[in-house]
Design a protein around this ligand. Structure first.
Ligand SMILES: O=P(O)(O)OC[C@H]1O[C@](O)(CO)[C@@H](O)[C@@H]1O
Ligand SMILES: O=C[C@H](O)[C@H](O)COP(=O)(O)O
Length: 950
């Protein structure tokens, strides 16, 4: 691109004599910064600039021109990639507007404009377009800006409203005369509204961008197809090649001339209004057989604009002809259009299709642009973001790519962020989506939590005990185990069990007089936290008397029974959850942040990390680079291909994250016979133990340097197993992963076609448990039950069907029969209602690995009642591929629950029995083994029997 010598009028400059303004259909940073645009403007070659998403895609998407500004912006904040793009684009637009300002001034605000298009994603959204036009107008804040709005039927009202608001509008993507008439109507009405409000009409400029060459490209191709198919009208058709677009444009101009004579316009004109000029767009010649200035030479006339791509501008300057052509040959133009119709070249369908294609093409250009911006943003943010490496077998990889493309084309991420329930089942999903915005909400309101943290520190608590289940305890547990103890704050303990020995062991760790008790329950009515609270509140009252309440904090949804109790008992604080967030999605709400504050976790950096996770999962980030969506599409697609055992491995310091993921994934997806079964913490073993039902996720905290784990994972990868490796560069980055996995789970739920935010089947065990405890309160005992077999310290219980399938002469035979039922792609889960401590955890881990290696199946090692609020949902309602061994034991010690006739041991038994009956009723393969006498000996006997059985 070159500017003309200042002397002598070249054809571009001569256009002024014909009252046509040449604008340039191009922009990019270097072109504005190095003075090239200014040279063209000063020379009088160019009197305006237009941009569109495809132009910005070429400018920003490739190369490094924008890196410096990106770096500077990222140093100050973490914007969404969409916002980052907009900042870059606006900077260019503002710079171009400055260059063109003298033209704007000299022409009293009638020329010298630069156009910026609203997001193409809003092309069919009246309200969104109106809002965005107003926002861009305010953000760019230049009087010579034109906001580009497409002429879709949905955007026509937005054009009217924007004009009425005094915004300069460049209406784009006009192909048909009918659409043009609608645009003129919207423009006139908008001006009339502004006039009625007393607005200044003289400063409201507008152009109607009528697209030209795309019409010929389409019509010519239809002509060529018919000609090569031997059409009888071939000769007549040939006369129309390269003619229809210009004819169409000439009739549009004639319509504009008529409007200029209308009384309606005269009123506005008298009030000072500017006309809406026709702007010829799409004027680069697409068919190289035609003159490269065809769509300039042929469309010259008073009060018009032609926006030229750089090559067309150079060609016209070089050999263009300035002559008023627009008004000439109007009859010919009418004849051409009549012929077009007579010969069956349906122009209406062509222009309709061009509008659809035009919208789609700009959407696709925008997708590509945002993907480049997001990728570049991620690269510039480097280690401040967690990393993801995927290694997928070919079939899975191809299916994931397909899913990504479907999501991109359908704008599904934007629909998800817009809370459109049809992304899932069209049910109540929209009521459960505030996790999308809770981090921003908390970040804006951190002061209250920070003040609480300061007070906790000042009060010198030596321990913090959090009581809750599922989402209310697993997130805090990750925080406690990942971050450890903080100087000046008490140690954070979590209790999520009804096992009396575990309750007693927790009590032993506490100095009640210096403990802060946090009870967390969204519903406020969950059995376990209620009885834990009764127990510890009673204990605190006995130690602290009337001061006990001051040691208690409740986190609960507004209006819950827990809130009422907390008020009645004078709790120190009550923090609210958001009722539009389910428990398993609550970790970045007060349910995670209050315990984090109490344990001394620095809140600001934690929330800043979470925000990084949110931003890179934003609606503006296309699926292939959107971390949460990418993960979710892999998870969901893998499950659909039979790889539904999400095997979670992690380096030791962040290993507890898996327990949180388990609940999120299993409780969200395990329903309607579908779902993903999390397999947490199963130590890697020999390749032969793994079937084609696995998807491995390896979470590695890079500073831990666990080379042996890295190598085990590399072996899996090399063997063709699908592996997702997520690298955290510091512990705090678990905050990012919390959000990534929330998004991933929601997306996987959409792929599976389920409602990921309900957990209806959890309820059934609760009902069964309630039935049993009520029976106890009435009769003083649980309903009797008899083992179907007993051998020494081991008694086996089951429903009739499972008992019949597992008969045997000894414990070994019973277990053998039970596990003989395991089929390829099944999983085995140990469901232990035992105290969860180091000994039992080691026993469970050892035993599950033994089962894995003996049966070559995925294994889970779960403790009740904890898993009831987690994987329990998927065990009951997910795919019927689980084989379960429930383990119960005599309690060496029991604890009464104050204010009831129940004990913790009794509740635990009722929970085990309740869970068993629901699993059996769902025809799951399950038996229960009860260990009599010493737990240690019972476990040893069971281990031996299992050993012999496999
Ligand atoms: O916070 P709440 O209401 O006590 O619920 C605890 C847990 O129980 C469930 O509702 C069912 O398991 C979970 O979704 C939830 O995290
Ligand atoms: O406003 C300008 C238009 O976006 C541009 O002229 C489109 O031209 P094209 O058909 O060459 O893409």
């Amino acid at each position: 691109m070159t500017a003309s010598a200042p002397t002598g009028a070249n054809p571009l400059q001569a256009l002024a004599g014909a009252q046509q303004s040449p604008w340039l259909d191009f922009i990019r940073r270097s072109f504005v910064e190095d003075g090239s645009l200014a040279a063209l403007v000063h020379a009088g070659d160019i009197r305006g600039v237009t941009s569109n998403p495809a132009i910005f895609q070429k400018a920003i998407g490739d190369g490094t021109e924008y890196d410096a500004q990106m770096r500077a912006l990222l140093a100050k904040s973490t914007p969404t990639p969409g916002a980052l793009y907009e900042r870059l684009a606006i900077t260019d637009i503002q710079a171009a507007a400055k260059v063109l300002a003298p033209v704007y001034e000299q022409t009293q605000g009638t020329d010298g404009f630069v156009s910026l298009e609203v997001s193409p994603y809003l092309a069919r959204d009246e309200h969104g377009t109106t809002q965005e036009a107003a926002r861009l107008w305010a953000d760019v804040a230049a009087p010579n800006l034109m906001v580009k709005i497409p002429a879709t039927p949905q955007s026509i009202p937005a054009i009217r409203q924007s004009i009425a608001a005094g915004i300069n509008v460049n209406v784009t993507l006009i192909f048909s005369l009918a659409a043009y008439r609608d645009v003129v109507e919207a423009w006139l009405t908008g001006l009339e509204e502004l006039h009625a409000k007393g607005g200044n009409l003289s400063r409201v400029a507008s152009v109607a961008s009528f697209f030209v060459s795309r019409i010929d490209a389409r019509i010519d191709s239809a002509i060529d197809q018919r000609t090569s198919a031997g059409d009888a009208q071939a000769a007549a058709l040939a006369t129309l090649r390269g003619k229809v677009a210009i004819a169409n444009a000439k009739l549009a101009y004639a319509y504009w001339q008529d409007i200029m004579q209308s009384p309606r316009w005269k009123v506005l004109e008298a009030a000072g209004a500017q006309t809406q000029r026709l702007l010829w767009a799409s004027t680069g010649t697409k068919d190289k057989a035609y003159s490269d200035v065809l769509y300039v030479d042929s469309l010259i006339g008073p009060q018009t604009v032609n926006t030229l791509p750089p090559a067309t501008m150079d060609a016209f300057r070089d050999h263009g002809t300035v002559r008023e052509t627009l008004t000439a040959g109007l009859d010919d133009a009418r004849h051409i259009l009549a012929e077009t119709q007579r010969l069956g070249l349906d122009l209406d369908s062509v222009t309709d299709a061009l509008l659809d294609e035009g919208v789609t093409a700009f959407e696709e250009a925008f997708d590509t642009l945002l993907a480049s911006v997001a990728a570049k943003q991620a690269a510039l943010m480097g280690d401040s973001l967690t990393g993801l490496k995927t290694s997928l077998p070919a079939d899975l990889s191809a299916a994931v790519t397909q899913a990504q493309d479907d999501w991109r084309r359908n704008g599904t991420i934007r629909r998800l962020w817009a809370k459109d329930a049809t992304v899932w089942t069209g049910g109540t999903e929209a009521d459960w989506l505030n996790w999308l915005t809770i981090v921003d909400d908390r970040a804006a309101n951190l002061a209250e939590l920070e003040a609480f943290q300061t007070e906790v520190r000042a009060r010198g608590f030596t321990q913090v005990l959090l009581m809750g289940m599922g989402g209310s305890s697993l997130g805090p547990e990750v925080l406690a185990t990942t971050f450890g103890k903080h100087e000046g704050f008490g140690h954070l303990y979590i209790l999520d069990s009804t096992d009396p020995q575990q309750v007693a062991a927790t009590e032993k760790k506490l100095d009640i007089a210096h403990t802060l008790f946090i009870v967390a329950s969204k519903s406020g009515s969950t059995l376990e936290p209620s009885i834990m609270l009764s127990y510890f509140h009673d204990l605190a009252k006995r130690t602290l008397g009337a001061q006990a309440g001051a040691h208690f904090v409740a986190i609960t949804d507004p209006g819950s029974s827990l809130e009422k109790l907390a008020q009645a008992e004078g709790f120190w604080k009550i923090f609210h959850g958001d009722p539009k967030i389910g428990g398993r999605y609550s970790v970045l709400s007060n349910f995670g942040l209050v315990p984090a504050a109490a344990a001394g976790v620095p809140l600001h950096p934690f929330v800043a990390d979470a925000l990084r996770g949110v931003r890179l999962c934003d609606a503006s980030v296309p699926p292939a680079v959107n971390r949460g969506v990418q993960l979710g599409l892999i998870l969901g697609t893998a499950a659909r291909l039979g790889r539904d055992k999400l095997t979670i491995l992690a380096t030791p310091e962040i290993a507890d994250f898996g327990a949180w993921m388990e609940q999120l994934v299993a409780e969200s997806t395990g329903k309607n016979g579908l779902g993903i079964i999390p397999i947490d913490n199963e130590t890697p073993g020999s390749l032969r133990h793994y079937g084609a039902d696995r998807l491995f996720v390896y979470l590695r905290l890079a500073p831990e340097h666990r080379h042996e784990q890295d190598e085990a994972i590399a072996t899996l990868r090399e063997a063709g197993q699908p592996v997702l490796t997520i690298t955290l560069h510091n512990r705090r980055q678990i905050a990012q992963e919390f959000f990534h996995w929330e998004m991933a789970t929601a997306v996987a739920g959409a792929v599976l076609g389920i409602h990921p935010f309900d957990q209806q089947d959890v309820e059934f065990s609760k009902i069964e448990t309630r039935r049993l405890t009520e029976a106890y309160e009435k009769t003083g005992s649980l309903p009797p039950e008899a083992p179907f077999a007993s051998f020494g310290p081991l008694s086996f219980f089951a429903d009739p069907a499972n008992a019949a399938a597992t008969q045997g002469a000894d414990a070994v035979a019973v277990l053998k029969a039970h596990f003989a039922r395991v089929q390829p792609s099944d999983y085995v889960a140990l469901l232990a209602y035992l105290p969860r401590n180091r000994d039992t955890q080691e026993w469970m881990q050892h035993t599950r690995l033994h089962l894995r290696d003996g049966l070559n199946c995925a294994t889970a090692a779960e403790f009740g009642p904890r898993f009831l609020h987690s994987t329990g949902q998927a065990y009951k309602a997910g795919p019927n591929t689980g084989v379960f061994l429930q383990i119960t034991a005599d309690n060496a010690q029991d604890l009464p629950i104050p204010g009831t006739s129940l004990t913790f041991g009794l509740v635990e038994s009722a929970q085990a029995r309740g869970d068993f009956s629901v699993l059996a009723e769902r025809e799951r393969r399950i038996i229960r083994v009860h260990l009599h006498g010493s737990l240690k000996e019972g476990l040893a006997a069971l281990a031996t029997a299992l050993h012999d059985a496999l």
